[in-house]
Design a binder for this molecule. Structure first.
Ligand SMILES: Cc1cc2nc3c(=O)[nH]c(=O)nc-3n(C[C@H](O)[C@H](O)[C@H](O)COP(=O)(O)OP(=O)(O)OC[C@H]3O[C@@H](n4cnc5c(N)ncnc54)[C@H](O)[C@@H]3O)c2cc1C
Length: 469
C-alpha cells in the first residue's frame, strides 16, 4: 500500500477536529528527532489532540486516507521509535497530561499518557505512595512512552519494570475504536492479556491514552554506597555475589571509570567533588569501575552483608553517601552519564541484556570488539538486571542506522549476547535502529507470529510504520 501525501483537505479536517492551534505545519524541528544517535526525519504535520475521542477521529481518518501516524511521547526514546520515518502525521500526546485519580484505598493511579514520570512521582510522594519504574529520563519522559517501551530504570532490580505496574490501558486502535485492554483488578485470567501486549508495543499497535497503574507504599529510608573496583571484570562478578549474600538491593548500577570520569568532570569540574570535604577516592588511579548500590529495607544487616560480599573482589575504599546532598550528587552522576558520554562523542548506544552472571563476559567481548574494530567503548547500566548500556565512539561514524560497517559490528555483538543467553534490548525497545537484528534472537516462526499480530490489529500498516517489524 502506498501512503497518501498530505493534502489541504486533510489539514482542514485536522483543524476542525482539534483546533488550528493544535495542528503544526512548520517549526516542528523538535518533533523530527528523539535522543537516538544523530537522526532527523521530518513529518508533514504534527497533531496535538487533547482527548482520546479526538485521537479516535484522527486515527479513523488516517486509516481511511492511508496516512502514516507516528505516536510521540516526550521524545526521549533511544531506539528511534518516535521518528516519523515515513513522514505523515506525528501524533503527540503531550496535552494528555492529567493525573486523573489517585486511589489510595486500592493502591492504584489513573493517568493520561502524557503525564511526566517525575510529576507522577511527586504527586504520589505527597500521599506517601510510590511508583517504582524510574527511567533515568524520568524528569521528562511520559508515562505513555514508558509503557510503550516497557521502560526500566535503576529500581527495576528490586521492583520490576513498567509492564509489571500496568493494570489496564485505554488504547485507540488503528481503526479508531477506543478500548480498555483489561480490568483494574490485581488478578485477571479473563481472556488474552492485551494489556501486556500493548505494553512494550512501541506505538505499532495503537495509541495509549490512559493507564491504570499499581503503586506501592513509599519506602521510608534508602542508603546508597559507591564501591570502587580495581578490576573491571571483578566489579561484574561482584554483582551475583551480592544476591548470593541474601541482599535485595533497591538499585545495583555499574559504571566503568571512563563513564564516571566524563560525568564527574562535566558536573563538578576537575577540582570539586560530589562529596563534602574532598574527593574521597572516587577518581583514584587504578580504579576501573564502580557499583552504585542502594538498600531500602533491613538496611543495617544488609549493608553489612553487602560490604562483606563485595570486599572479596579487590575493592578500594567504599564511599558512603552520608547525607541527602551527597546521595543526590552521586545519583546525578549516574542519571546524567548517558547524556554526558554522548556529548563526548559516544553517540551509538546499545541496550544489551544478559543473565547477570554473564556480565563480565559481555564487557570483555565488547572491549575485544572495540579493539579489533578501532573504536572506543564505554559501558554502564543496570548491572543487577544484567542490562548493560554499551556506548560506541567511532572515529568515522556517529550513527549505526544505515551504516553497514557499524551494523556488522553490532551483529557480532548481538550474536555474542544471544550466546550468553541474552537479548538485544532490555528496556529501550527495537524502534527503528534495532529492527534489522531481530532475526539474530528470534526464530522465523516467532517473527512471523509477531508480524501476523501486527497485521491483525493494523492491516493497513498506518501505526508507526517502519518500526520494530
Ligand atoms: C538521559 C536518558 C536516560 C534514559 N534512561 C532510561 C532508563 O533508565 N530506562 C529506560 O527504560 N529508558 C531510558 N531512556 C530511554 C527513554 O527515556 C525511554 O524509552 C522512555 O520510556 C521513552 O518515553 P518518551 O515519552 O520519551 O517516549 P518517546 O521517545 O516519545 O517514544 C518512544 C516510543 O513509544 C511510542 N509511544 C510514545 N507514547 C506513546 C503512546 N501514548 N501510545 C503509543 N505509543 C507511544 C513511540 O511511538 C515510540 O515508539 C533514557 C533516555 C535518556 C535520554
Amino acid at each position: 500500500l502506498e501512503y497518501k501525501i498530505l493534502t489541504d483537505d486533510d489539514i482542514r479536517f485536522f483543524r476542525k477536529t482539534i483546533g488550528n492551534e493544535n495542528v503544526l505545519l512548520s517549526d516542528f524541528e523538535a518533533y523530527a528527532s528523539d535522543t537516538t544517535e544523530k537522526l532527523q526525519f521530518f513529518p508533514d504535520v504534527v497533531l496535538k489532540p487533547g482527548a482520546a475521542e479526538e485521537i479516535s477521529r484522527i486515527i479513523r481518518y488516517c486509516n481511511e486516507e492511508l496516512l502514516p501516524v507516528t505516536p510521540r511521547g516526550a521524545g526521549t526514546g533511544l531506539a528511534g521509535g518516535a521518528l516519523p520515518v515515513k513522514g505523515g502525521v506525528v501524533l503527540s500526546v503531550e496535552r494528555l497530561n492529567r493525573i486523573l485519580e489517585i486511589d489510595e484505598a486500592n493502591f492504584q493511579v489513573t493517568v493520561e499518557a502524557g503525564v511526566i514520570n517525575f510529576n507522577l512521582q511527586q504527586a504520589l510522594a505527597e500521599k506517601n505512595l510510590f511508583y517504582p519504574p524510574d527511567p533515568s529520563s524520568w524528569q521528562s519522559s511520559f508515562i505513555g512512552g514508558n509503557i510503550a517501551t516497557n521502560a526500566g530504570g535503576p529500581k527495576a532490580v528490586k521492583y520490576g519494570v513498567t509492564s509489571q505496574y500496568v493494570l489496564n490501558l485505554e488504547v485507540v486502535l488503528p481503526n479508531g475504536e477506543i478500548i480498555w485492554t483489561g480490568t483494574n483488578t490485581l488478578k485477571n485470567s479473563t481472556g488474552l492479556n492485551l494489556t501486556q501486549l500493548f505494553a512494550g508495543s512501541e506505538g505499532t499497535l495503537g495509541i495509549i491514552t490512559k493507564a491504570v497503574l499499581k503503586v506501592i507504599p513509599k519506602p521510608q529510608n534508602e542508603v546508597s554506597i559507591l564501591v570502587p573496583f580495581r578490576n573491571l571484570y571483578k566489579a561484574c562478578e561482584a554483582v551475583s555475589a551480592i544476591f548470593h549474600a541474601g541482599v535485595r538491593p533497591s538499585t545495583l548500577e555499574f559504571m566503568e571509570q571512563r563513564a564516571i570520569h566524563a560525568a564527574f568532570d562535566f558536573l563538578f569540574g576537575q577540582k570539586n567533588s560530589p562529596f563534602e570535604g574532598g574527593q574521597r577516592g572516587m577518581l583514584d588511579i587504578g580504579i576501573q569501575a564502580h557499583l552504585l548500590i542502594s538498600l531500602d529495607e533491613n538496611i543495617e544487616t544488609d549493608l553489612q552483608k553487602c560490604v562483606e560480599a563485595v570486599s572479596k573482589f579487590d575493592i578500594g575504599e567504599i564511599l558512603f553517601a552520608e547525607n541527602q546532598a551527597e546521595k543526590d550528587r552521586i545519583w546525578l552522576i549516574r542519571r546524567k552519564v548517558s547524556e554526558i558520554v554522548k556529548m563526548n562523542g559516544y553517540t551509538i548506544e546499545e541496550d544489551t541484556v544478559v543473565p547477570r552472571g554473564n556480565l563480565a563476559k559481555l564487557v570483555e567481548a565488547m572491549r575485544n570488539l572495540a579493539d579489533e574494530n578501532g573504536f572506543k567503548v564505554v559501558c554502564y547500566g543496570h548491572a543487577g538486571d544484567g542490562n548493560l548500556h554499551v556506548r560506541i565512539n567511532h572515529p568515522k561514524y556517529k550513527n549505526s542506522y544505515n551504516v553497514p560497517e557499524i551494523q556488522e559490528i553490532l551483529k557480532e555483538l548481538f550474536k555474542i549476547v544471544k550466546n550468553l543467553g541474552g537479548t538485544i534490548s532490555g528496556e529501550h525497545g527495537i524502534g527503528l535502529i534495532q529492527k534489522n537484528y531481530l532475526p539474530i534472537v528470534f526464530s522465523e516462526a516467532n517473527l512471523e507470529l509477531q508480524k501476523s499480530i501486527k497485521k491483525a490489529i493494523d492491516p493497513r500498516n498506518i501505526m508507526n510504520p517502519g518500526k520494530v517489524f
